[in-house]
Design a protein around this ligand. Sequence first.
Ligand SMILES: C[S@@+](CC[C@H](N)C(=O)[O-])C[C@H]1O[C@@H](n2cnc3c(N)ncnc32)[C@H](O)[C@@H]1O
Length: 270
Amino acid sequence: MTGDGGWIPENLDPARPSPARIYDYALGGGHNLASDREVFDQLVKIQPNARQIAWSNRAFMRRAVLFMIESGIRQFLDLGSGIPTVGNVHEIAQKADPECRVVYVDIEEVAIAHSRLLLDEVEKAAIVEADFTRPDDVLKHPETLKLIDFSAPVGLLAVASVHHVPAEIDVYSAFDRYRDAVVPGSALAISHFTADFEKVHAKEIIEAVQAKAHNTACLRTRSEIIDLFGDFEMVSPGLVAASNWRPDITPPPGVHPEQDGIWAGVGVKR
Ligand SMILES: C[S@@+](CC[C@H](N)C(=O)[O-])C[C@H]1O[C@@H](n2cnc3c(N)ncnc32)[C@H](O)[C@@H]1O
């Protein structure tokens, strides 16, 4: 059930910021509250290009989906899909081929509520409320089984979501399970916030969010993120700064890859 505006769950505490809504605000979306905006405004003081980091990540997602479509993939499982905003996966994919099917997965109540509203009228796309670190809850969910045919290639997306999984949770076994569940020709796109970029104050950013919001985070290193791809073959250019992954324009205006703070890449199951 939702309250005012349809997207605000009735039991939501407006004073408690949420990472999904902070990210929505960073992207210029409209599903955020004063408490979220206050945290993001603090982040901009720590990292002046914070908004650009969010956009670089979102732009990587679009290019990864288009790469998967070019590779013949027509169904997508979006793990940690967030609050729907500009350029959602089903919009990108169904514009390329209206037959594309998308299952969104998220755990955050505003993301779920707003996704339900948005997808109400949309065929071939659904939101599953689940914790993606529990793959069976996702893979065996009735909506997943309705939309995804596991005998055909699947595009797995984990875009800016795995860094919310704390180190004590075995996210590697979860990704082993997702990779095993899909057939050759499938692909996995991951983007992940990291402390590897000298010009990005990643630890301070995470601390500032954690001080205010109910949030968990883990700043994995490049090699720890590569491990999530298991035996999938990384496609060129490998795991790189998000803006450097097959950019449409080189260099994109106003973008400084050394300040992305996010590793991004796509692997394919051969
Ligand atoms: C920063 S948003 C990214 C949204 C979108 N993928 C993008 O990159 O534009 C991260 C999302 O991951 C979700 N998330 C984090 N941990 C999750 C988990 N264990 N299961 C499901 N969703 C999760 C959060 O609720 C949030 O909506």
